[in-house]
Design a protein around this ligand. Structure first.
Ligand SMILES: O=C(O)CCC(=O)N[C@@H](CCC(=O)O)C(=O)O
Ligand SMILES: [Zn+2]
Length: 334
């Protein structure tokens, strides 16, 4: 296998490859760009005009997505996967991946769309670098742009695999992209209704990509991801990369949700009234007191069919400590 196929090994060892550009037997170019960043370019005659950004390890302890990206890279480097798309592989937070931690000082996925400029530290610098790498990759006009940012969640989930679809004023969510996600094994999609500071929000809002955060199961250490079944996503990703995706029809039972409210933690007095092991998508009754915070702030459930995802009282003040979601329909899709 070409040495650059071992991007993960290089990244974990903190090594820069001696040879930055390598060609597979089929003439696919692999180019090391920076720590944890590698671009794949098909020969011009095979290029189908699609650009695909696959990021993983934005949170260092979410290893199943990193292992998936590593397998795809190996397949390309061995000439077993024959790309027709350009691909940018990014391992988001190398130091946190080495330590098996979500982040070192700050959550990288809260530092995009300009937030890194108001901050200092390793993660702020990395977010700026990731934005620049994505901006350069998605700068070629006339090509389609797709970004999947692969994650696993802190807790178990009543709906195992789901996607979050960012929001931009005046831009409609795409039915075709949702059908593609369904075919890739996603069971639900959360349609965001306001702008955000995550990586996919950045590529969606500023770079015009179709962008999704994909949640694939529960976060576990390297080598312990047997319970995370990424087979459907992996198959679909290979098909996207090789330009031989079967046609997708309809949403086929895909559950759609919208955000009712984001629960923001304002102070150290924030208390979340949920068991520590509560699963994502747990339903909450109307009238339930979900959280309390400074100055007698109370979060009481008012919405019919409300569910909670990503409840986390340990986030820093000012950040999202959970999302209250409600079922929605496909009416607004393009
Ligand atoms: O399990 C959790 O609480 C967090 C899992 C995770 O990392 N989710 C992403 C979602 C990003 C988005 O909103 O698109 C995150 O919180 O960064
Ligand atoms: Zn994550």
């Amino acid at each position: 296998m070409l040495a650059l196929g071992k991007l993960l090994e290089l990244t974990l060892a903190g090594r820069e490859p001696a040879q930055k550009i390598q060609l597979t037997v089929d003439g696919v170019q692999m180019r090391w760009l920076s720590e944890g960043a590698l671009e794949v370019r098909p020969p011009e005659a095979r290029d189908n005009g699609a650009d695909v950004l696959l990021s993983s390890g934005i949170h260092g302890n979410e290893t199943a997505p990193i292992e998936l990206a590593d397998r795809l890279l190996h397949g390309i480097a061995r000439g077993e996967i024959k790309p027709r798309t350009r691909i940018l592989f990014l391992f988001g937070n190398p130091e946190a991946i080495c330590r098996g931690e979500r982040y070192l000082e700050q959550d990288v996925n809260r530092l995009f769309n300009g937030r890194h400029e108001q901050s200092i530290g390793p993660e702020a610098m990395r977010a700026a670098e990731l934005e620049q790498l994505a901006r350069t990759f998605f700068s070629v006009p006339g090509r389609s742009r797709l970004h999947y940012d692969l994650h696993t969640a802190i807790r178990g989930s009543k709906i195992e695999q789901f996607a979050l679809y960012p929001f931009k004023e005046g831009r409609q969510h795409s039915r075709a992209e949702l059908a593609r996600l369904r075919a890739a094994g996603m069971e639900a999609v959360l349609l965001q209704n306001k702008t955000s500071i995550t990586f996919t929000a950045f590529t969606y809002e500023q770079l015009g990509a179709e962008s999704f955060t994909l949640e694939l199961g529960k976060a576990r250490p390297f080598g312990q991801n047997q319970g995370v079944d990424v087979s459907r996503l992996e198959t679909r990703l290979k098909q996207i990369i090789e330009g031989n995706e079967p046609a997708t029809e309809g949403l086929d039972g895909l559950k759609l949700f919208s955000v009712a409210r984001e629960i923001i933690k304002h102070s150290d007095a924030f208390t979340l009234h949920l068991p520590a092991d509560v699963e994502n998508f747990s339903e909450l009754e109307k009238g339930y007191l979900l959280a309390e915070d400074i100055a007698k702030t109370r979060w009481v459930i008012e919405e019919e069919g409300a569910r909670i995802i990503f409840p986390n009282p340990k986030v820093k003040n000012g950040l999202r400590a959970g999302i209250l979601i409600v079922p929605t329909t496909d009416v607004g899709l393009a």
